[in-house]
Ligand binder design. Structure first.
Ligand SMILES: Nc1ncnc2c1ncn2[C@@H]1O[C@H](COP(=O)(O)OP(=O)(O)OP(=O)(O)O)[C@@H](O)[C@H]1O
Ligand SMILES: [Mg+2]
Length: 243
């Protein structure tokens, strides 16, 4: 198992949000997490990454068999965990190339030339249909909603994580961009063999992917699990959580 979460309870700002989550993700697997607004999906994503707003009160998170409950964010990143934010922040003054270069330097020892590095950024940016001049700007500063989402995927492609947690990579994207983002995620997955936990409200992005495991979260717990067929069912009938 790459990720194993056992009976996870966690608070966000002193409020108990996660109430006993169990989740296992193997290598090279694509897992989808759905569920109503406010059910705890983002809180779960943050707890795996080690976000300071989320406090684990019970249970465990194992990554490659190692307990990481108390591990700082940068060490988790070094182990290969990547979180794409539901709402990416704008950081004025932090140049994108510098940012990507120091992030990559912190995570990998591999040496590549500046020219090669820029070539990689350019290639990945083109594949995402990100306007080239955006690369010269500050991180997400003045970016449109969709551009921010694509910028997160660009970061992922440059960092090559082992586990990518994608928190609504499709929200706010136009119809063509959803397809482009899905195809880029697929491509990175094929290239690196990474596992994915993809949070979404919509089946559209999943129609371009091959989701193997679907989990539904409600009120801080995973309450339903299944394969692809669950997506169609939810799309048609809603979550039907009262039964
Ligand atoms: N920092 C915080 N301070 C206070 N409450 C919080 C905080 N973070 C999360 N919560 C609360 O925890 C609950 C779960 O939030 P979370 O963001 O995990 O939901 P979600 O499933 O991701 O929802 P959505 O689908 O709308 O993104 C919500 O009621 C939210 O208000
Ligand atoms: Mg959320």
């Amino acid at each position: 198992m790459l990720l194993e979460i056992n009976n996870l309870h966690a608070d966000a700002e002193q409020r108990n949000v996660l109430k006993g989550v169990n989740l296992k993700i193997g290598k090279n697997e694509l897992h989808v997490l759905m569920g109503p607004n406010g059910s705890g999906k983002t809180t779960l994503a943050k707890s795996i990454m080690g976000h300071p707003n989320v406090k684990i009160t019970e249970g465990s998170i194992l990554f490659n068999g190692e307990k990481i409950n108390e591990m700082p964010v940068n060490e988790r990143a070094r182990l290969g965990i990547f979180l794409q934010f539901q709402n990416p922040v704008e950081i004025e003054g932090l140049g994108i190339v510098n940012f990507l270069n120091s992030a990559r330097g912190a995570l990998s020892k591999e040496k590549i030339s500046y020219k090669e590095f820029m070539g990689e950024i350019k290639k990945n940016g083109e594949s995402l249909k990100l306007r080239e001049d955006l690369i010269g700007r500050s991180l997400n500063y003045g970016f449109s909603g969709g551009e921010k989402k694509k910028m997160e995927i660009l970061q992922m492609s440059m960092l090559g994580p082992k586990l990518a947690i994608l928190d609504e990579p499709d929200s706010g994207l136009d119809i063509d961009a959803v397809k482009i983002v899905a195809e880029n995620i697929n491509h990175i997955r094929e290239r690196t063999g990474m596992s994915i936990l993809l949070i979404t409200h919509y089946s559209r992005i999943l129609s371009y992917m091959d989701p193997q495991f679907i989990h539904v979260m409600a009120n801080g717990k995973i309450v339903r699990e299944g394969g692809k067929e669950l997506i169609t069912e939810i799309e048609k009938e809603g979550y039907k959580l009262d039964e």
